[in-house]
Design a protein around this ligand. Structure first.
Ligand code: ZN
Length: 430
């Protein structure tokens, strides 16, 4: 026993060393190899924004860039918004057709922001679409104002670049595509907080507040929220498995079918987000744009997905990893957006000519949105309560207006009755 004692620690040490060597020699045998971001193909977020700044600097006659900041509870966000107008002096021309595009709402979907850069490069004629001459391009670009948000979720994207390749949420863990007010906060049975955390209330996140303000002030005819993870062209609704009724829905479907044939080789899934993707999504930007902001055509595009990739291998699942697929996605989808630029106004014109959706409420909505949003910066947390009840407030306000009008009507008709009935009575001979 006495000799054993000095031997025991050395034997244990040897065993431990052997275990360490074995463990080191077989790193995570079962785990898949995760694909890193390929910086030969992809821009870093900083480099991408530098490229865009360069475009704006070289083409001040066509592009304008604004940085919009917002923040609450110690969290800040800043979004760059690039506005294209073929003659920038006409930027305030309300007769122009307005298109709002957002890219990179989810941090891990890097390819979408690459498409944004490509579109801006083509708009400024630094790059070209195959088989499209600049004369025909300019004939329809003349009529447009296009606002591009190249990277909606800058803070989330930074987390991805720091190594958290599966992060889709913003810098404090909220999914920006669940933070809008239509059907906000409803959780499905398969709800996964890592993926879909909707925030503490509708528009609790500075990024969503900035986007809502942008949509309200710009009042676009077309909205496209660009994502990756699959190939699909979605229209409302995301929170239910139906599309809206009537002509707007028909026109949206027709435009999506055209895009599918021309630019997706008919591979893209088409339909309502909620009906096609296999799960319902509550509090999405596109449902808000269609239902509340009254954008006549509101879409979510999913531009690429590798269904065969391991779910943990997020860079591969959401982004092309070889040069030919990367180039194919960029050229197919930038061409798809130019088809929208060319044909979108025609589709929306047809809706406007026959759409009977009331528009008079828009100004009330805008007023309430603006009122509650201004309060938000001043009163911080109180606003979440206001935001949460925004739709209810709006409904009560409408009911109040309606009853006020009815009362006024009854009041006036009573006055006019008594006014006109008085002389009648004495004139009637007993
Ligand atoms: Zn996404």
């Amino acid at each position: 026993m006495a000799r054993r004692l000095p031997l025991a620690p050395s034997a244990l040490l040897l065993l431990l060393l052997a275990c360490l060597l074995v463990a080191h020699g077989e790193p995570n045998r079962g785990a898949p190899r995760l694909t890193p971001i390929d910086l030969d193909l992809y821009h870093s977020s900083a480099h991408l924004m530098e490229e865009i700044k360069g475009l704006v600097h070289r083409h001040p006659d066509k592009l304008l860039m604004n940085n919009i900041r917002s923040g609450n509870r110690g969290y800040r966000a800043e979004l760059a918004v690039v506005t294209y107008c073929r003659n920038i002096k006409e930027i305030k021309d309300n007769s122009k057709f307005r298109i709002l595009l957002s890219f990179g709402q989810h941090g891990r979907e890097l390819i979408t922001s690459e498409v944004a850069l490509r579109i801006l490069s083509i708009l400024t004629e630094e790059q070209f679409l195959p088989n499209v001459d600049s004369v025909s391009l300019n004939s329809f670009l003349d009529k447009l104002i296009i606002k591009v948000v190249p990277m909606e979720n800058v803070n989330g994207r930074r987390l991805v670049e720091a190594g958290d390749l599966c992060e889709r949420r913003n810098g404090r863990g909220v999914d920006l595509n669940r933070n809008w007010s239509v059907d906000w906060g409803k959780k499905e049975k398969d709800y996964d907080p890592y993926e879909e955390n909707p925030g503490t209330g509708p528009f609790s996140e500075p990024e969503s507040q900035i986007m809502r303000k942008l949509a309200t002030s710009f009042n676009p005819h077309i909205w496209v929220n660009v994502h990756s993870g699959m190939e699909a062209l979605f229209m409302p609704y995301d929170h239910k498995n139906t599309t809206p009724l009537g002509l707007p829905s028909t026109r949206m479907t027709l435009l999506l079918k055209e895009l599918n044939v021309l630019h997706c080789q008919n591979r893209c899934m088409i339909g309502s987000g909620g009906g096609s993707v296999g799960y319902l999504a509550h509090g999405t930007a596109t449902d808000y744009m269609y239902d509340i902001a009254r954008v006549p055509m509101a879409f979510t595009f999913e531009i690429y997905g590798d269904g065969a990739a391991s779910p943990k291998d997020c860079f591969k699942m959401f982004n092309p990893t070889d040069v030919s697929t990367y180039n194919r996605v960029l050229s197919d989808w930038s061409a798809a957006f130019f088809t929208i630029f060319k044909n979108g106004p025609r589709y929306v014109d047809e809706i406007h000519m026959r759409d009977s959706r009331p528009s008079s409420w828009e100004s009330i909505d805008e007023y309430l949105d603006g009122y509650l949003m201004d309060r938000s910066s001043r009163y911080g947390k109180k606003v979440e309560v206001l935001d949460f009840g925004m739709q209810e407030i709006r409904t009560y306000f409408r009911l109040f207006l309606l009853s006020f009008v009815l009362l006024m009507f009854m009041f006036c008709s009573r006055i006019s009755k008594s006014k006109f009935s008085r002389p009648v009575v004495p004139s009637m001979p007993g």
